[in-house]
Write a protein of this length. Structure first.
Length: 226
């Protein structure tokens, strides 16, 4: 009986030991599954982190690129402005040179700068010498509009004033469209227009002459600048 019972007991215990093994396998598989999941999460996080860092670097690089492009545009505009300003000054200098080297204009400037007495001017062809008694207002009389002017010296002086008014119109046109600046032509123009306005009789004669022969609003506008 004792042996039989012992055998039965051993036989009874054995199935319990056999049934415990699958639980450990399942737990091991569970641990492996958790580890795999954690690994995937970590891998995904690292991938996201890498993409995020890469995106941040790319964003920074793109920002720096935009800043460089903006700076280049600013520098290009500044260079263009400098070039345009240089072109303005160059053109004004050329206009001034044409103004100062025109022989007929020089006659008018000489009349304006003369302090009285007899002013002499050579004809544009270098021939006759014309004399104007400024104290007798012969310069003013030459610009009269109340009749036909036929005497040689008056016709000559009128032609000289026409040349000066033409230069005024040319300068005003360039000023109005922004090709030149007034500051670049102030000298010597401002001086001579001031001298003209100081001589009230001659200035009024010029105004009436400009209006009578319709020399254009640009001439009047130019005179008004000074």
């Amino acid at each position: 009986m004792g042996v039989s019972q012992a055998t039965n007991s051993a036989t009874t215990v054995a199935p319990s030991a056999v049934h415990e093994s699958p639980n450990w396998i399942e737990e091991a598989h569970g641990v492996e599954s958790v580890a795999a999941t954690v690994g995937l999460v970590i891998a995904a996080w690292w991938a996201w982190r890498g993409d995020f860092l890469k995106s941040r670097i790319e964003r920074q690089q793109e920002k720096e690129l935009r800043q460089r492009e903006h700076q280049q545009r600013v520098e290009t505009l500044e260079q263009r402005e400098k070039q345009f300003r240089w072109d303005q000054a160059k053109l004004a200098r050329e206009i001034n040179e044409a103004f100062l080297t025109d022989p007929e204009v020089q006659v008018v400037l000489g009349v304006l700068d003369y302090d009285g007495g007899v002013f002499e001017a050579k004809d544009k062809d270098g021939g006759a010498v014309h004399r104007y008694d400024l104290d007798a207002n012969e310069d003013v009389k030459a610009l009269r509009i109340d009749g036909n002017v036929t005497d040689t010296k008056s016709v000559f002086l009128r032609d000289c004033f026409d040349a000066w008014f033409y230069q005024m119109s040319l300068m005003e046109q360039h000023l109005q469209i922004g090709l030149i600046r007034q500051e670049d032509i102030d000298y010597p123009t401002a001086y001579y227009i001031r001298r003209l306005k100081e001589d009230g009789d001659l200035f009024r004669a010029c105004e009436m002459y400009i209006a009578r022969y319709n020399l254009g609003p640009k001439v009047t506008a130019f005179l008004d600048r000074f």
